[in-house]
Design a protein around this ligand. Structure first.
Ligand code: SF4
Length: 489
């Protein structure tokens, strides 16, 4: 059987040969989720900006007419023009590569591989090394090969001016040093695709650098119910050691084997099968005065900033939900959501300050809200004093729960989404619409502010976002109630 590999397949093969085999022989098993799509969309947008600002006026080679046509078109342009080429395509020794930007010059080619991250990663250099081999193999001289990434210190001056958003790093030296390995990667990958499915177990390679889309297929049916990785923060060394000692499930580990108190608590509770709620939690929470403000934020992050004065991937708040408990049996809900598409941060800050009054604990889950407020303090010096007072009223539920509560079903996580179903099982995020977690809220927001989104759809997204954020703060209210009553066990 004859196979041609693309550079992306070789890279996935370097990480897991089984994944490479599945991509070629069983693409029907691939689970293509929204996060993969969102990453691809971001990649395309960053690619467009990179072409425009690093190598303007080039020629784009689309795939519409098939591989043979793009290979021929690339060859023709390189032979007759010195304009930059976007998505130039080359094939050599059964490997196909599409290079983001190729700039011809008298003495050779400059190749730029564009990535939407803010740092050059090792697998970016693998990517360049494979391209280098193929381009050299097709008779081209590659003078320089660069990785283009996003400069996280860039501040968008507005009016479509993205000069400085992309920075490049010359990786030619690392790519040259890697060449002897590339040939063996290709051989190994070709052997893999020509053979039967490699037998590779699920492990760390399934989630790094990205989640593998074949995980559902690979997950064995006898996977331990409480795997060792659910011991919070367990090191790879300790995990491997425990495995060598024959322990696969947390419940197999004998008392006295784990030195960390957290690990021992997780082990003890998991073995018992019953939740543990220490009385200290109720004491801390009972001490909180009224009115109590239960607060949650949603933020957007854009690889390419869309609002003047903002940075790439900056957390920009567009929504808050606040349940205010004026007295034990008096609960009201306040909220803010800006889907105008204009920068929401100032209105967000002003409305938040108005809602949270002058006194009373502001209860959050995790450090996120405090971090976002810190960003707003820097952005709006006029509001700094008031925002700082808000920040000082924050009480973080997360460490209180981490110290005092564990349920076997939390599987080593004290996130709100792990704790809430154990303590307040009658509340369920699954009853919400399409927005059921933070990353989906970001995607819903981006869709809602897009000029292409119809009004009806926008309303649907608005409802989904409001319901989701309200659920987060209601979950905190209910958790505090349940813990205060000491019924969490
Ligand atoms: S889930 Fe893991 S073992 Fe299975 S193909 Fe992906 S990376 Fe390989």
């Amino acid at each position: 059987m004859h196979h041609r590999l693309s550079k992306s397949k070789i890279i996935s093969g370097i990480q897991c040969q089984k994944r490479l085999w599945l991509e070629i022989h069983r693409p029907d098993l691939l689970k293509f989720d929204q996060s993969i799509q969102a990453r691809m969309d971001t990649g395309h947008k960053v690619g467009e900006i990179a072409c425009k600002f690093l190598a303007p006026g080039g020629i784009y080679i689309g795939l519409e007419d098939g591989i043979a046509h793009v290979l021929e078109t690339t060859r023709r342009y390189l032979g007759s023009s010195d304009l930059p080429i976007y998505e130039a395509t080359f094939a050599f020794d059964q490997v196909l590569v599409r290079s983001d930007i190729v700039i011809p010059s008298g003495s050779g080619l400059k190749v730029i591989e564009v990535k939407s991250s803010t740092q050059v990663k090792e697998y970016h250099i693998w990517d360049c090394a494979i391209q280098f081999r193929v381009l050299q193999g097709t008779g081209h001289t590659v003078q320089e090969i660069q990785v283009a990434v996003i400069d996280s210190s860039f501040v968008y001056p507005g009016e479509g001016n993205y000069h400085g958003l992309i920075r490049t790093e010359d990786v030619t030296k690392a790519v040259l040093e890697m060449q002897p390995q590339v040939e063996s990667w290709v051989d190994q990958c070709l052997n893999t695709v020509q053979g039967s499915m490699p037998s590779i177990e699920v492990g760390d390679h399934c989630s790094s650098p990205f989640d593998c889309p074949f995980l559902d297929f690979c997950m064995p049916s006898d996977w331990p119910e409480y795997p060792l990785k659910s011991l919070p923060g367990i090191s790879i060394q300790l995990r491997d050691k425990l495995k060598q000692e024959g322990f696969e499930d947390i419940r197999d580990i004998p008392q006295g084997r784990l030195s960390s108190l957290y690990h021992e608590r997780v082990r003890r509770v998991t073995v018992s099968g019953k939740a543990e709620l220490l009385p200290q939690a109720a004491k801390i929470l009972d001490f909180l005065a009224y009115p109590r403000y239960f607060l949650d934020f949603e933020t957007a992050q854009f690889a390419i900033p869309i609002w003047e004065g903002t940075r790439p991937y900056e957390q920009l708040p567009f929504q808050w939900s606040c349940h205010v408990q004026d007295a034990p049996d008096q609960l009201r809900h306040l909220e803010f959501l800006d889907l105008s598409g204009q920068p929401p941060m100032l209105r967000f800050s002003e409305s938040l300050l108005a809602a949270c009054g002058e006194s009373g604990p502001i209860i959050v889950y995790g450090s996120f809200e405090r971090t976002v407020i810190r960003g707003l303090i820097q952005r709006y010096p006029d509001l700094a004093t008031s925002l700082q007072s808000l920040s000082e009223r924050i009480v973080d539920l997360h460490p209180i729960m981490r110290q005092n509560y564990y349920h076997p079903k939390m599987c080593g996580s004290w996130s709100l989404k792990a704790v809430q179903p154990c303590l307040v099982p009658d509340l369920s995020y699954s009853t919400l619409g399409e927005v059921q977690e933070g990353s989906l809220a970001q995607e819903a927001y981006a869709e809602a502010i897009s000029p292409d989104t119809m009004q009806e759809r926008k309303e649907e997204l608005r409802k989904g976002l409001l319901a989701y954020c309200e659920m987060d703060t209601l979950a905190m209210v209910r958790i505090v109630e349940v813990v205060s009553e000491g019924v969490g066990s």
